[in-house]
Design a protein around this ligand. Sequence first.
Ligand SMILES: [Zn+2]
Length: 441
Amino acid sequence: MSAAEGARSALEERVVAAVTAGRDELVGLVGDLIAFDTTARNPGDPARDEAALQEYLRARLAAVGATTDVWEPEATGTGNRFVPDDLDFEGRPQLAAHLRGAGGGRSLLLNGHIDAVSAEPRELWTSDPHKAEVRDGRLYGRGSCDMKGGIAGMLFAVETLQRLGVRLAGDVVWCTDTDEESSGAGAYACVAHGVRAEAGLCAEPTGFDAWVACRGGVNPILTIEGRTGHSETAQPHWSAGGAVNAIEKWELVQRAIRDLREDWRKRPEHEHPYLSPPDILPTVIHGGEWMVTYPSSCAVTLSVQYMPARVDADGSGAAVFREVEERLNAAAAADPWFAEHPIRWHWPCDIVPDEVPGDHPIVTAALAAARDVGRAGVVTGMDSWHDAAVFIRRAATPTISFGPGSLAQAHAVDEFVPVQDLVDHAASVALVLLRWCGVAE
Ligand SMILES: [Zn+2]
């Protein structure tokens, strides 16, 4: 076993041994979680097994003595720029649980998102994505790595301590949320509900690294106007009433996007020890009505990723969004058509980044625990986004991602997590709990 190294106390030895001995039980637990269909939603999708999964976790946490709270947050309504408009949580409850320590220790948040991306295209899977299967030391199934394996490991760590009669000094705060894969609205609702602690672990598939930072993201839609007309007939100049091809007008904007991307990559303010530079690229394009008609419009969705350092004093990416609009509008203005028909902009919700220092004590604690079960991890970042950012920014809870499995398997066909990772993760979370929260006398 890999849990042979490291400096561990006698109690820690017992805890690691108990987790290791529980390997089959842990694998069964991950399988139970995968069997609940919690496919991440598209707008308007009905809820699936989210409530049943939360109830499963709630019951197990209650069994170890935690007070538990399962609730459906209010719908988001309109006007909150940090969550999508009109998102309801019917059938998608959040779960918070509180395991009170004996006192005198630090509290720790254990967080995970229960939604998992769609298993499509299902026909490419070797086995049923919603039925866990172990082959060659790997546990396969949708969500095995992102991130039901990590959720199981955190729960198994808590359960193992309880079975061994270990009472922690500090509190354990549990939070499993929904809607991480789409927007982070679940974590946002949990923070609004009062979830917080002195530090936090989020069980994303970091492969025992500590993700201390992420980039923010927004997906603006820009619409370029054209003017319809017959494509097979000669057209006068647009100023004389001629047709205008909205798709061809996109070219100028596209070039400006490439220039802005290159510019961003060169700016010293965008250098970060753990993150790639910011990015901007088109991801969806719609234009045109008919094969022989000049397209009346062309709408393009952009993927914009921005750095934590560019978050405004008001806690948003507004300055970045202004820059994008100004740069692209200015480039377009070289064409007189755009002066009279400016680009129309729509900015959906702003997924704000955040970070904790690479030498924060929770980072050190997680990496030391991993090392003490034979797993070497490093301090790094997540170029995409994770719920940890919400807990850092809105709940003053320094939170990192730390979990089993590799991001390379996340969202992939035949997603898997190595079984040894599951065991080592559960053991290292147990060590973090002992060391961070402290053990009651
Ligand atoms: Zn995830």
